[in-house]
Write a protein that binds this ligand. Sequence first.
Ligand SMILES: Nc1ncnc2c1ncn2[C@@H]1O[C@H](COP(=O)(O)OP(=O)(O)OP(=O)(O)O)[C@@H](O)[C@H]1O
Ligand SMILES: [Mg+2]
Length: 318
Amino acid sequence: MNAVETTGLVKRYGAATALRELDLAVPQGSVLGLLGPNGAGKTTTVRILTTLLEPDAGTARVAGYDVVREADRVRRVIGLSGQYAAVDENLTGRENLVLFGRLHRMRAKAARARAGELLERIGLAEAADRVVKTYSGGMRRRLDLAASLVIKPRVLFLDEPTTGLDPRGRREIWDLVRDLVADGATLLLTTQYLEEADALADDILILDRGQVIAHGTPDVLKAKVGGERIELTAPDRAELARAAEVLASVADGPVEVRTESGTVTAPVTGGVHAVAKAAGELAAAGVVANDLALRRPTLDEVFLTLTGLVPAADEPPR
Ligand SMILES: Nc1ncnc2c1ncn2[C@@H]1O[C@H](COP(=O)(O)OP(=O)(O)OP(=O)(O)O)[C@@H](O)[C@H]1O
Ligand SMILES: [Mg+2]
């Protein structure tokens, strides 16, 4: 069953169209990463799915409920951590979480218990009784995420959960997200960080100007912009030339020599087996190499290629 499903979703802001017939589906218990450049329509999608905004056309269901006709029901089963933190600066972390619980009609005692539990889980137990004003950006983000978890949501929406965090703060959020998914939550996450989608998402949807321009698992998307290749670094030109000759016997496409960077790249199939074979042949031929590695396209390359932000060699920039 799909925990989130949209068909032909359209949203206009005046004359501007933010979403053009968006179709997406998130199977229960999975993580969908919604990627796209600024203005692609990510937040608009999240706002429609969390009942904050009505679509102009199309339908959307969350946990089986229609987001327009059954908005109340949807609200009872979702959690949302928005692009801009929703916590109150003048309250303490604990007070914020208790308040969220009370807003969701929890009894005072239950709300306090849940707040304590969440503060532990997000590593804010020590700072729980300080006002949020004194928190770092990472602490605020974690608190905001905790606020979206107060009612144990079945479907969680995170709009750029780690924007502005340092690598450590980002990893802490990732761990928290992984825990939630392990507990069975379905998650729709938007991000500008491809590495984040790669780390967390089962499936990725790339949006550009309100339309889906690519969809697939991280691996499928990477395969789209090119396969794997062996990259070898050698100390000098002579060694590069010899390496290129040897690698040609392992490669399944043209081998490229880049003298300025001192590297040879050879397209291959078979992953580590190709590397092992190449290493064997290089050793047999007595080639001296500084480094030999298998490279795959990164999601960044996929994203930049697909969104046209980096023009293909024969295309003018837009
Ligand atoms: N309230 C609004 N009024 C008018 N236009 C809007 C409004 N909200 C969004 N838009 C426009 O709709 C389009 C999609 O915006 P949206 O916020 O969904 O993009 P996004 O993918 O979340 O971008 P970002 O990465 O910058 O957060 C943009 O062109 C934006 O300017
Ligand atoms: Mg946004």
